[in-house]
Design a protein around this ligand. Structure first.
Ligand code: ZN
Ligand code: ZN
Length: 365
């Protein structure tokens, strides 16, 4: 990972931004910029300097992991330590007099902001930093893609464990347990999010976390899960059918599959995110199922399971090569049934590559 390059790109934006320095406290952003994977950190970046602050618990880890930054081990909680360090080292850091510090408004609590403002000199102005880091993180480099591919592949292999475990009467949580045990044994750092195994009427809950409910003797089971490898997440959904599917169940499944494939086919550089969403929605509408598709079509995936961009109605931003997104339309008929099919895809120069290798044919168990 080229952390120095990532920081330099950020530093070059400072010049005409009205910001003199940045305070990065959101851990996925800290990790992206300097490689640190611990749970307490602050990164201070000015046009010429980069300083990483953490406390004594992380001395060895920070020495091993932090790249392209000067390391400071502090005794205080990190925001107070940041203020103290800035008070004493402003000149060396390249800021003085009246200056402006960019903060991550999305990730700093109101209390944190107040604490920071109180402990910094009155001449320091706090301002919200634009989504520079989130925008950079949307475009994955070769190293990131390698990790994402590995995570997606492991996720796909683990779907075999899910298929083997699904039987009428088995609790959803037992299936999740088998999956998660196998994931850890295979080297996953953790799951990307709480595993969703939703059977029978629960399949109509778009986020039906595995519960103690038993798998119904007939109907859909939505299986949505992912693993984390080297910090990068995977995310996939397959919906299987227990028992012989009715004609109606088959029809709904095929409509969702068609919507998913149409949206994947629409993924090309220059196409807007809203258009991709609209493509999936159009297919479901044509099948009389439009009102049952109640969430957006997809999201970016990387160091976080949900990150920019959002593939949703009205999003005018366009796809760019290097974006890794999910395509996951679904249909949820309250009290009856639901299903979703989700792949991860990477936008290429000419279109996209589907990363998830698992078949989307209807599986009846
Ligand atoms: Zn998912
Ligand atoms: Zn997803």
């Amino acid at each position: 990972m080229d952390h120095r390059f990532r920081q330099q790109r950020l530093q070059s934006k400072l010049k005409h931004s009205g910001l003199d320095a940045l305070l990065i406290t959101y851990l996925p952003n800290v990790r992206y910029l300097c490689g640190f994977t611990g749970s307490a950190a602050a990164l201070l970046i000015s046009e010429r300097r980069s300083v990483f602050l953490t406390d004594g618990r992380y001395t060895a880890q920070a020495r091993a992991e932090v790249q392209a930054s000067r390391l400071i081990i502090t005794r205080k909680a990190s925001l107070l330590a940041v203020a103290e360090w800035l008070r004493e080292n402003a000149r060396r850091f390249g800021v003085h007099g009246k200056w402006t510090l960019g903060i991550e408004a999305e990730h700093l609590t109101v209390a944190d902001r107040e604490r920071l403002a109180k402990s910094l000199p009155a001449s320091v102005c706090l301002r919200v930093l634009p989504p520079w880091i989130e925008n950079a993180r949307m475009l994955k480099d070769a190293d990131e893609l390698k990790h994402i591919r590995a995570a997606v592949l492991l996720g796909s292999q683990l779907f075999g464990v899910v298929l083997k475990s699904i039987r009428p009467g088995v609790r959803e949580s037992e299936i999740a347990a088998e999956l998660e045990y196998a994931a850890r044994k295979a080297g996953a750092e953790s799951m990307s999010f709480e595993t969703i195994i939703a059977s029978g009427p629960r399949s109509a809950l778009p986020h039906g976390r595995a519960s103690t409910a038993p798998i119904s003797s007939r109907g859909f089971v939505v299986c949505d899960f992912g693993v984390i490898l080297a910090g990068y997440c995977s995310d996939m959904t397959r919906t299987v059918h227990v028992g012989r599917p009715t004609t109606e169940a088959r029809r709904i499944y095929e409509a969702v599959r068609e919507a998913q494939q149409a949206a994947v086919a629409a993924v090309t550089p220059g196409v807007s995110l809203g258009e991709v969403d609209g493509t999936a929605r159009k297919v479901l509408k044509r099948n009389g199922l439009g009102r049952y598709f109640t969430h957006s079509t997809g999201h970016g995936v990387g160091l976080e399971i949900h990150e920019a961009p959002r593939i949703a109605a009205g999003q005018t931003e366009v796809l760019k090569p290097g974006m890794v997104i999910t395509i996951e339309p679904g249909v949820y008929i309250p009290g009856k049934c639901g299903l979703r099919i989700e792949d991860m895809v990477v936008v290429t120069d000419r279109g996209c590559e589907v990363l998830t290798p698992t078949s989307k044919e209807m599986v009846a168990i």
